[in-house]
Design a protein around this ligand. Structure first.
Ligand code: HEM
Ligand SMILES: [Cu+2]
Length: 542
């Protein structure tokens, strides 16, 4: 028997402690709850992805290849609603955050384990209502639910979809509360605030947005429902309301929500960059505080979504300047990651490829955000494909890359098994190429004037749309391959061992998969985070 096999002699861990369905559906173990979320959001991502596929296929021909314009409206609405509220918002916090936060803190679980389980049930209730809205015939307002389409003039299942998003929001709020209390109260002895992994800092910042921002969208959606059923005149001018009021309320949440999607991803990237450069992160305090700064300034910029809808020039100027100010803490992070890479001993494992991809794509997304924050440029590209390209670079190029990078990095911890590294690297590269082919042409399309949310378009835009659809099929393939090898790895992958990447951090000191209560005995932290420099010295001495 080789030594590797000795290491896997049967032991009880969180996955094999009980196999019954009941033990999963009633679990209060944060690690199992992470799996419940992983399964559910993978399902939602698939539905959202199918809608995207149909849209891109339709746009293969200027007159539309497949569907009627009404159907197209429903496709982009459901694509947006599902991708944002049922996939991206919960993705990293609910899956990786749930799994890792207590382990990174040296705790046995989150502060309120039953509340954690309840959050998943609330999420599933909201998600089911959205799926019901799709099956019942769809929604045509777009994911933004703008009034009056969504209130008095609605002719689709907006009430069910908005109700579903409303309910799912409570899951975010409760998860945020749970995380904040956990980070404050459950840190292991010696784990001071400035010894926390940067991923924990990013979870902290995202939780603040969850707690402060989510109630606002919940109330806005409730107001739509109230206006619809009781004609109270909140948004309808004929009744004394104001349709633009809804846009203010909506974006007061939804702009910060963009940072809920990307901050956790930035936290993941910070972990990956140091681990695969084998170097201490450059400027730890700056990276940590920039997360808080992004969360805070992110609440002050919502008006950049309304430059062209009745807002005074002065308001526009203030929102424009503040929007540009958010770029500063984001740029700080990019600079610090780059400085960390400098003279590091870099290895290009799959998670690192995702991290490097993130930096490139997020930078393009962020810079084009500065274009959109400039009032004059926004006049020209507002509601065109330029905007679509910009937010996909942030949300897919940024947030999804970070999510996939994180899943690949912590997969051996979650399952105790490795995946085929070659396939993982190849699919990371396929995703990167497919992504750029899909969305880069859309910057040009938007600049040339192709509006978003249209099922048909003038023939001059044909070529770029064909390129974009071709890219989307490559991108789609890139998403399917990991699904296959990860499913394979969960059962048949080679045994990983506790620390396959030779990384620092408490999560790598416990076994893979971790025991039910994470650690055999409570760890005591005695040193600064990311001690790769010390590790390197040890290796040289040895
Ligand atoms: C994977 C390949 C994807 C493709 C091919 C794709 C394609 C599209 C298309 C064609 C639109 C409609 C644009 C319009 O008519 O204005 C759209 C909108 C949108 N997409 Fe994607 N998308 C993809 C992935 C994602 C992901 C992963 C997310 C978020 C996680 C996302 C979020 C959105 C949002 C929020 C909208 C706005 C919907 C609206 O205008 O109401 N997309 N996408
Ligand atoms: Cu915004």
């Amino acid at each position: 028997m080789s030594s590797a096999e000795v290491a896997i002699e049967p032991r009880i861990h969180y996955l094999n402690v009980d196999y019954s369905i009941k033990s999963w559906l009633l679990t209060t173990d944060h690690k199992r709850i992470a799996w419940l979320y992983l399964m559910s959001i993978t399902f939602f991502f698939t539905i959202g992805g199918l809608a995207a596929t149909l849209m891109r296929l339709n746009l293969l021909e200027p007159q539309g290849l497949l569907v009627e314009p009404e159907t197209y409206n429903k496709l982009f609405s459901i694509h947006g609603i599902i991708m944002v509220f049922l996939f991206l918002v919960p993705s990293i916090p609910a899956v990786l955050g749930n799994f890792l936060l207590p382990i990174m803190l040296g705790a046995r679980d989150v502060a309120f384990p039953r509340l954690n389980l309840l959050s998943w049930y609330i999420f599933m209730t909201g998600g089911s209502l959205v799926i019901y809205a799709v099956i019942a015939g769809g929604v045509d307002t777009g994911w933004t639910f703008y009034t009056p389409l969504s209130s008095l003039y609605l002719n689709t299942h907006v009430m069910a979809a908005a109700g579903g998003v409303f309910i799912a929001g409570f899951s975010s709020i409760l998860t945020g509360l749970n995380f904040v209390v956990t980070i404050h109260k459950m840190r292991a002895p010696g784990l001071t605030w400035f010894r926390l992994p940067l991923f924990v800092w990013s979870m902290y910042a995202a939780s603040i947005i969850f707690i402060i921002g989510t109630p606002v969208i919940a109330i806005s959606l409730a107001l739509i429902v109230i206006e619809h059923f009781f004609h109270v005149g909140l948004f309808d001018p004929a009744l004394g309301g104001d349709p633009v009021l809804f846009q203010h309320l909506f974006w007061f949440y939804s702009h910060p929500a963009v940072y809920v999607m990307v901050l956790p991803s930035m936290g993941v990237i910070s972990e990956l960059i140091t681990a695969f450069s084998k170097k201490k992160i450059f400027g730890y305090h700056f990276v940590a505080f920039s997360s808080i700064a992004i969360a805070a300034i992110g609440f002050l910029v919502w008006g950049h979504h309304m430059f062209v809808s009745s807002q005074s020039v002065y308001a526009g100027l203030v929102f424009s300047a503040l929007s540009m100010a958010v770029a500063i803490p984001s740029a700080i992070k990019v600079f610090n990651w780059t400085a960390t890479l400098y003279k590091g001993s870099i290895s290009y494992e799959a998670p690192m490829l995702y991290a490097l991809g993130f930096i490139g794509l997020f930078t393009i997304g962020g810079l084009t955000g500065l274009y959109l924050a400039s009032i004059g440029v926004d006049q020209h590209v507002h509601d065109t494909y330029f905007v679509i390209a910009h937010f996909h670079y942030i949300m897919v190029g940024g947030a999804v890359m970070g999510y996939l990078g994180g899943i690949h990095y912590w997969w051996p911890k979650m399952t105790g098994r490795l995946y085929p590294d070659g396939w993982a690297r190849v699919s990371a590269i396929i995703i990167f190429i497919g992504f750029n082919l899909t969305f880069f042409p859309q910057f040009i399309l938007g600049y040339l004037g192709m509006p978003r949310r249209y099922a048909v378009y003038p023939a001059e835009f044909h070529t770029l749309n064909v390129v974009s659809t071709a890219g989307a099929s490559i991108l789609g393939l890139g998403y399917v391959i990991p699904l296959i090898y990860l499913a394979w790895s969960a059962r048949y992958g080679p045994i990983a061992g506790p620390n396959p990447w030779k990384a620092t951090g408490l999560e790598w000191t416990t076994t893979s998969p971790p025991p039910t209560h994470n650690f055999e005995e409570t760890p005591v932290v005695t040193e600064e985070p990311y001690g790769y420099d010390r590790l390197a010295e040890e290796i040289q001495v040895a």
